[in-house]
Design a protein around this ligand. Structure first.
Ligand code: PEP
Ligand code: MN
Length: 339
């Protein structure tokens, strides 16, 4: 960490900061350069309150040399590979893993039909929400545990792994038993107790980007899960909130190459929640593949208008087939296979 003072030779402030660093954080620091304006703080500075230092009168800037997320950082390793099954490894540079299924589990029949649509295209991971985080309390909240049971049944029937959103730590035992991958939704990205809980799980976790989260905040959220001992974490870019109102969320495809430099964790793109309209989902999905995502998560449904949730963005069979075929072509063009 480098701390730069506004004035040269301000010995009083230098001493004040050095004492603070030592007493509060146990950190050693050294004055460097000729003007006695720069302090280099050595050792582990992850606990140091940067904003406190910046707020001191006479301090011009405080910069971290190391990223605050250690375990998620690309400096730690090149790539995390999450083996879902022998033929489905998330993070494999040669593949784009397709995750598909309905937004919510509404009934056994609807889930079965949606799973069949996914299976027909060889999809290995079935998505479906049993617990739904809805903006308003009067909207359908999901089937809960009953839905999770239906998901397990569909997964077994179609021999697909399953992913579903967990909203509270108390539900972890049920998810451990009935789902293969835990999804942390955008609204819970900074629910630190939930992150700590799934950090203790043996199941892989897909962490969606918060509605207004920076990449650093997102990676620090991932760090909570990694710090708990769960190393199978993947990130999911699902769009952020901007001034734009025509599109549901602003899909930040630029985050994919940026994250690739910052972290070793696999990156999934969710074009469905970002675009919010069925007819726009394919193009965003293709963008996700082209920009190097390790996978896509797409909402599909045999009859979107019947869905209890997100009808406007679900892909019916025609759109789904078109999207899948196009994604396969784009993947091929960049030397990858859709699995
Ligand atoms: C979902 O994938 O079901 C969902 C609710 O997405 P998000 O958390 O990204 O809004
Ligand atoms: Mn949805």
């Amino acid at each position: 960490m480098l701390i730069v003072l506004k004035d040269k030779n301000n010995q009083t402030l230098l001493t004040e900061i050095q004492d603070l660093l030592k007493s509060k954080y146990g950190s050693e620091s050294h004055v460097i350069g000729e003007n006695n304006r720069v302090l280099a703080v050595t050792g582990d500075t992850s606990g140091v309150d940067v904003e406190l230092l910046r707020s001191l009168e006479g301090v011009r800037s405080v910069d971290r040399v190391d990223r605050p997320y250690k375990l998620a950082s690309r400096e730690r390793k090149n790539r995390t590979l999450i083996e879902i099954s022998k033929d489905c490894v998330i993070g494999d540079p040669k593949s784009v893993v397709m995750i598909a299924g309905p937004c919510s589990i509404d009934s056994e029949g609807q889930l079965d039909e949606s799973a069949a649509m996914a299976k027909e295209r060889g999809v290995k991971i079935l998505r479906a929400g049993a617990f739904k985080p809805r903006t308003g309390p009067y909207s359908f909240q999901g089937k809960g545990l009953e839905g999770l049971k239906m998901l397990r049944k569909a997964g077994e029937k179609y021999m697909m792994k399953t992913i579903s959103e967990i909203m509270k730590a108390e539900d972890l035992p049920a998810f451990e038993e009935m789902a293969d991958i835990l999804q942390i939704g955008a609204r819970n990205m900074q629910n630190y107790e939930l992150l700590k809980a799934v950090g203790k799980s043996t199941k892989p976790v897909m962490l969606k980007r918060g509605l207004a989260a920076t990449l650093e905040e997102w990676l620090l959220a991932a760090e909570y899960i990694l710090a708990g001992g769960n190393h199978n974490v993947m990130l999911c870019e699902r769009g952020i909130r901007t001034f734009e109102e025509e599109v549901r969320f602003t899909l930040c495809l630029g985050s994919v190459p940026a994250l690739r430099e910052l972290t070793h964790l696999p990156i999934i793109v969710d074009p469905s929640h970002a675009m919010g309209k069925t007819r726009w989902v394919k193009d965003a999905a293709l963008g996700g593949v082209a920009v190097g995502a390790d996978g896509l998560i797409i909402e599909i449904h045999p009859r979107p208008h019947e869905s209890s949730c997100d009808s406007a963005q679900l892909l019916d069979k025609e759109h789904w087939d078109d999207c899948f075929d196009a994604a396969t072509k784009v993947a091929k063009a960049i030397g990858k296979t859709v699995v």
